[in-house]
Design a protein around this ligand. Sequence first.
Ligand code: KIV
Length: 285
Amino acid sequence: MEKTKVTTAILREMKARGERIAMLAAYDYPTARMIDEVGIDAILVGDSLSNVVLGYPNTLAVTMEEMLHHTKAVARAARRAFVIGDMPFLSYQASVEDAVRNAGRFLKEGGAEAVKVEGGRSVLDKIEAILMVGIPVMGHVGLTPQWIHQFGGFKVRGKSEATARMILEDAKELERAGVFSLVLECIPWQLAKFITESVEVPTIGIGAGPYCDGQVLVLHDLLGLSGQRVPKFVKRYAKLEGTIANALTSFKRDVKAGRFPTLEHSYEMPAEELRRLVKKSKRRR
Ligand code: KIV
């Protein structure tokens, strides 16, 4: 497996030569190691950590400290994949200073190589400030989950000409500002295709159809580890929940029935040492 570290320049070159980019949202060392080893190009430590792994109801609750904790684990595993830390809700919206300081923490403490920021022109000043200090930024437009209460739910964005134009303009402004890539989430495939053809930076789609420069999914969705109901755009490549439940049930049954552990899974004491132990303890009685 090619081990040259993926960079923002490499991601741009991939778009230029028409090579699709594969990215996953993941949150820990063992899964990041496997993702890296199979040659997935980028790992996003998504703020979906909040609901997928930490059990919060949505992405709004996760904190900078929690994001950093998981980014460190992923960064330790990623030898080739490009690592992006997702800026959580309120880590950048309140001020330019917050934005720069928190983005910096992802690189300095988390070991990430870039950050992702949700939103278009409304957060452009924050994105420009982060870029000014040399931190690569991935933009994210369309259905941006941190704005969910304003949008009124998880609905596809950009179906009307007016909302599509807003998303397109946001994408172009982000490119002008200098983002290295753009996530397009839950927008019609025609709009995603049009944006992809209108910008030079790679677009990474999630629920945005087949014509983006790359695709991202949440690891747990892909593996079948996120319950029964998943959005239409998710393709399940495995159904691990059933496999894991079977293994856990077998373990429980074996323990209750005294079938685990057997001597096969136990350590042995040399007979001579055991004999001495028994002899000495008898003497002491
Ligand atoms: O947090 C996340 O996982 C994301 C991606 C799915 C784009 O933002």
